[in-house]
Write a protein that binds this ligand. Structure first.
Ligand code: C2E
Ligand code: CA
Ligand code: CA
Length: 735
């Protein structure tokens, strides 16, 4: 026995298998979700790349914008200074001013007040030819000359350049900036008067109010003059330097980001667009999630359908093989016994034929229900199609397997209550046990199938374990099947004819019997290969060979009656009559010359096709002989129902005559009397001894066939027999 732990893990594995279809569906949806996640990841990565690129572009855009703002500011600043200079130049450089520069009162009235009121010049200084302050005013009012002192340095820095420029120009202007009392001044310095005799200096306070007049204000927010020209985040600086190059102040304004501006303007629109996009995305996501759910569900359904039988809902062959494979994988690691039961219902076809297909389906479902109720949760009951089931019974040894098989046999023996009525069936079982773990699933199935075949051979309604010898037998059969196929193709089959005689031993007819001369095995009897042909689906071909050969070989035999054996399977085939009719026409034979020999069992089933075929044979003019009479279950009614002309007493009764069995003798007498009463010809088969012959004659038998009168011979040897004793053609009974 396997260890407890191993069994527990094996059971767990099985329980996992039991829920396999759900698990698989789940796996599948998980993989779908994964795929979704990957897609979402890719989309997100795309978005990030887009945003980074956008940020970079916006940043570049802003950098360019800042640079432009700076350039414009600088340009504006210089332009502004030139404007101021130009504005006051007509006053400071005029000839009249030059004339009156020595008159402080004139300067008061004509320069100081005008410059202060019209041009906002806070300071005005006039220097004499020696560069000394001669006049000073603040906001148009005369002021002490000492006020000039703080400005002297800034003016002095400009003067040398002005003097140099004056060589070409009578009055030249310069400018400088300085800070005084925390106030930035823009100075204009004009050297004027005859031979540069005077210098006029104006001081314009450079404050925020003044800045606002700069064209700059259109460009920037928070535009200020700062005395601390330190860079500040988010602000732009235009450093202001005096003529010496010392930065003494700066114009500062808030950097305006065009991107921010654009975004600001588009805020509402963007918000609306974002909401719409999000809404649409959300709807799409919901939609696709619903589609995905639907797909997963329908895939799970499809998988269930692919792995289960539609009629019973049981696992089908595919799922069974999958589970068997899994169990075998487990068995390779842990010694777990596995039993595989192959079940075939006995007499299912009869139920189907007599009660109809819906009842057949109902029966299959009921059988499935009973099987499932017998099995454990870890067992698998599968339907292989038709009336064939498989039970996979893991964790089982021979005893457990036999126990289950007996329970199955027992439960299926109980009658079934179907809508169309009660019916009783049984079943045959073949069991394969895992002996060595290397056997694969298909091997096990084959073994169980072989064992099932044995169960049927041994009389059905039983269970048989697989044994290795069965394999050999099967291999032999497969070889034989192949050989038989070849034999039909290569013409290794032929017909022989056995004489039938009357009580005076005159030839009254013959029976055609098929023979196979196997190139290696020698002659093989039809008792061996006819059932083989039936199982391998070659019976139609074999049957046609018999009919064709017999017609061909015997058509010329002056109406001598010839018996032809036709198997039950051939008779069940609807196409059988078409073959007969075709061959009758092809060989121009007279059907009245031939007797079709049918076994009793062929007549058993209420098979429509069998009935029709027998009726048509009779209508065409063939007579019908009931072969092996007494061994089957033929009833008097079937003798009546079918157009029977002749009965053949089976060989076994004739053989038993020698043994002096009284009952046997009574039976033969009864058959012969029955034949007479029903106006049927009666012939005894297998007569081998004189004693059998005389006993049969005494019982009233008039027709005989057996080795005593002659063994079957090929057609070529028949004419001699005719010459020896061909007497009277048998007259056919009319119906
Ligand atoms: P069956 O119809 O009962 O044929 C009679 C069998 O008894 C033949 O065996 C024949 O050789 C044998 N037999 C004849 N007299 C004696 C005798 O005195 N003693 C003994 N022991 N046997 C005797 P065979 O030829 O082996 O045929 C066996 C069965 O195969 C036939 O039984 C028939 O059912 C079937 N069969 C034969 N030929 C054909 C055929 O062409 N088509 C079909 N469908 N079945 C055939
Ligand atoms: Ca026969
Ligand atoms: Ca027979």
């Amino acid at each position: 026995m396997p260890p407890i732990g191993a069994l527990a893990s094996a059971s767990a594995a099985l329980r996992k298998q039991a829920g396999m279809s759900h698990a698989d569906a789940f796996d599948h949806s998980a993989s779908q979700a994964n795929r979704f996640r990957t897609l979402a990841g890719i989309a997100l990565a795309g978005l990030v790349v887009l945003l980074v690129t956008a940020a970079y572009v916006v940043n570049q855009f802003d950098t360019v914008a800042y640079e432009t703002q700076f350039q414009i500011a600088r340009q504006n600043y210089h332009t502004r200074i030139i404007h101021i200079a130009r504005a006051i130049a007509p006053l400071t450089t005029s000839a009249e001013t030059a004339q009156h520069l020595a008159d402080p009162n004139w300067i008061d009235q004509h320069l100081a007040q005008h410059l202060a009121s019209e041009h906002e010049m806070e300071r005005l200084f006039v220097l004499d030819a020696q560069g000394r302050p001669f006049y000073a005013a603040i906001s148009g009012q005369r002021a002490p000359l000492a006020d000039y002192r703080p400005f002297a340095q800034a003016v002095g820095d400009v003067l040398p350049a002005l003097s140099a420029a004056r060589v070409q120009n009578p009055s030249v202007m310069g400018s400088n900036i300085l800070r005084y009392q925390n106030q930035l001044y823009l100075l204009t310095i004009t050297q004027t008067g005859p031979s540069g005799s005077a210098v006029i200096i104006t001081g314009l306070p450079f404050n925020d109010a003044m800045l606002r007049k700069f064209g700059l204000r259109h460009l920037a927010d928070e535009l200020t003059i700062t005395n601390h020209p330190m860079p500040k985040k988010g602000y732009n600086l235009l450093p202001l330097a005096d003529v010496r190059g010392n930065v003494i102040a700066a114009i500062r304004w808030k950097q305006q980001s065009p991107a921010v501006m654009v975004f600001g303007r588009l805020r509402t629109t963007l918000a609306a667009a974002t909401i719409i996009v999000l809404l649409v995305g959300f709807c799409l996501l919901r939609q696709s999630a619903a589609i995905a759910r639907h797909l997963i569900a329908s895939e799970a359904r499809a998988r269930h359908l692919a792995l289960h039988d539609a009629l019973t809902g049981l696992p089908n062959r595919t799922l069974l093989l999958e589970r068997l494979g899994n169990w075998q994988a487990i068995a390779r690691d842990v010694p777990v016994g596995i039993a595989l039961h192959c079940l075939d219902l006995d007499r299912f076809k009869e139920v189907n034929d007599t009660l109809g297909h819906p009842s057949g389906d109902e029966l299959i479902r009921a059988v499935a229900g009973r099987l499932v109720s017998l099995c454990r949760e870890t067992d698998t009951v599968a339907r292989m199609g038709g009336d064939e089931f498989i039970i996979l019974q893991p964790q089982a040894d021979a005893t457990a397997a036999m126990l289950l098989a007996e329970q199955v046999l027992d439960t299926l023996r109980q009658p079934f209550q179907l809508e169309a009525g009660t019916c009783s069936i049984a079943c045959s079982i073949g069991i394969a046990l895992v002996q060595d773990s290397s056997a694969d699933a298909a091997d096990m199935l084959r073994q169980a199938d072989l064992a099932l075949y044995q169960s049927k051979e041994r009389g059905r309604n039983r269970a048989t374990f697989f044994e290795p010898e069965m394999d050999a037998a099967l291999r032999l059969r497969r070889r034989m099947e192949q050989d038989l196929r070849e034999a039909i193709r290569l013409g290794q089959l032929h017909m022989v004819y056995q004489p039938q005689v009357d009580e005076k031993r005159r030839l009254v007819g013959m029976e055609a019997l098929i023979r196979w001369d196997h190139p290696e095995r020698g002659p093989i009897g039809p008792t061996l290969f006819v059932p083989l042909a039936e199982e391998a689906g070659m019976m139609a071909e074999l049957g046609e060979f018999t009919l064709r050969t017999v017609f061909q070989e015997t058509a010329a035999w002056r109406g001598a009656p010839v018996g032809i054996n036709v198997s039950a399977l051939q008779l069940r085939t609807p196409a059988f009559m078409a073959t007969v009719t075709r061959l009758v026409a092809e060989y121009c034979i007279d059907p009245a010359q031939y007797q079709i020999e049918i076994t009793e069992t062929a007549m058993l089933g209420q098979d429509g096709a069998t009935r029709d075929n027998i009726d048509v044979l009779a209508q065409e003019g063939f007579s019908i002989a009931l072969d092996d009479f007494g061994t089957g279950f033929s009833s008097l009614s079937s003798l009546h129902r079918f157009a029977i002309d002749k009965i053949k007493i089976d060989r076994s009764f004739v053989r038993n005559l020698d043994a002096g069995d009284v009952d046997n003798r009574k039976l033969i007498n009864a058959i012969i009397r029955l034949g007479r009463a029903m106006d049927l010809e009666v012939i005894a088969e297998g007569v081998e001894t004189e004693r059998q012959h005389s006993l049969l004659v005494m019982a009233g038998c008039t027709r005989f066939q057996g080795y005593l009168y002659g063994r079957p011979v090929p057609a070529a040897q028949m004419p001699e027999r005719f010459q020896a004793g061909w007497e009277h053609p048998v007259t056919r009974k009319t119906h």
